[in-house]
Design a protein around this ligand. Structure first.
Ligand code: KG4
Ligand code: ZN
Length: 336
């Protein structure tokens, strides 16, 4: 019987990652080389620096992933790689490395959408049950995706401006936190109270879209005005209030979508899925309001960018014989 054993490569942003995944469920290895320290002093990801780090890291990551998985290239079924969305220079490193390995070992090549990867991170934990909705929240995207079957994606709502993670990182900078500030704000938010009552955007509107730039502006104005008047600010309560606003909007819209689309499963995905407040609130609200809908939340290791999730998405494409030729190019603006 033919195995579904995939070598997966991810390099869309600031993590160089390579994994060996079997059947989209078993992670034999998942090497993640983070570049965060190199971007920190610039307060965000510098594309040129990201590309250079990917070049330096990729070969070693592939070797480590193969060694840790204890498989030979002969045993592999296919090579998969993130084609987009992401930084073009960063994507190109992964795409070219994957093409080289596939060509050298005459293996089929699979092009994976990064966002599909985030969604399929959940399949590493639980079998997917359709129809489902995934709330994908990352540094670059915030979207509600409806799936009636494997590989079928409909965006039913998305952010009109900033992504959730982007908003976290921007207000993190205002609070003087190192990039990316999301994790630290989440930690601070566990300790305070929602005393600032920032706006909850688009809550009442009859759609599933989000907006976070108004919240960000309100946050920045509050800090600015207090500083001008010499009034004290409570950073812990600022973080708590910001997070309360983000979570209320995300959870209420997601819940409404899950009800309307009569889904069997709700998936949380993306870097912001690591947020403790979001995980806890969604778990509580779903148990109360939709106890028959299964909520799946990936463990922290599969929330941020990683190649295991790319291998998970690729396993489905492998089953469906969805291969690409060796002329594959990066697509920085790829969408469902
Ligand atoms: O999915 P990801 O690793 O990269 C993209 O595809 O964008 O997401 C990174 C984002 C960053 O904005 C980071 O601040 C955010 O995820 N993040 C968090 C937390 N951990 C990471 N945001 C809020 N709370 C967290 N615990
Ligand atoms: Zn991502």
């Amino acid at each position: 019987i033919k195995r579904n054993l995939i070598l997966a490569v991810e390099s869309s942003c600031d993590e160089t990652s390579v994994a060996v995944v079997e059947d989209g469920t078993t992670v034999h290895s998942n090497i993640v080389a983070s570049q965060i320290k190199s971007h920190m002093r610039f307060g965000g990801v510098v594309p040129e620096i990201a590309s250079r780090h990917h070049v330096e890291q990729i070969t070693q990551c592939i070797e480590e992933a193969m060694t840790e998985a204890s498989v030979s290239y002969k045993e592999l079924s296919a090579v998969a790689v993130t084609q987009g969305p992401g930084l073009v220079g960063a994507l190109l490193i992964g795409v070219n490395a994957a093409k080289a390995v596939a060509y050298a070992h005459q293996l089929p090549l699979i092009a994976v959408d990064h966002m599909a990867g985030h969604i399929y991170a959940n399949r590493l934990i639980k079998p997917l049950v359709f129809p489902l909705i995934a709330l994908v929240v990352s540094g670059g995207h915030t979207e509600l995706v409806y799936m009636k079957e494997d590989g079928d994606y409909t965006i039913i709502g998305e952010t009109r401006d900033d992504a959730a993670g982007e908003a976290y990182d921007k207000i993190g900078r205002v609070l003087g936190l190192a990039y990316p500030g999301g994790k630290k704000i989440d930690e601070m938010a566990q300790l305070g109270e929602d005393t600032y009552h920032f706006p909850r955007a688009m809550m009442k509107e009859d759609n599933y879209d989000f907006s976070f730039s108004g919240l960000k502006s309100s946050f920045i104005n509050t800090v600015h005005n207090a500083n001008q008047k010499g009034e004290p600010l409570n950073d812990i309560n600022l973080a708590t209030s910001f997070q309360a606003s983000v979570i209320e909007v995300l959870v209420s819209k997601t819940l409404r979508a899950a009800k309307e689309f009569k889904v069997k499963q709700l998936l949380l995905a993306g870097g912001v899925a690591a947020n403790k407040g979001l995980r806890d609130t969604l778990t509580k609200v779903m148990a109360e309001e939709l106890p028959d809908v299964e909520l799946v939340i990936p463990p922290l290791a599969f929330c941020g960018d990683n190649a295991a999730m790319i291998g998970a998405a690729a396993s489905i494409q492998y089953q469906k014989n969805q291969f690409t030729d060796y002329a594959l190019n990066a697509k920085p603006g790829l969408t469902f």
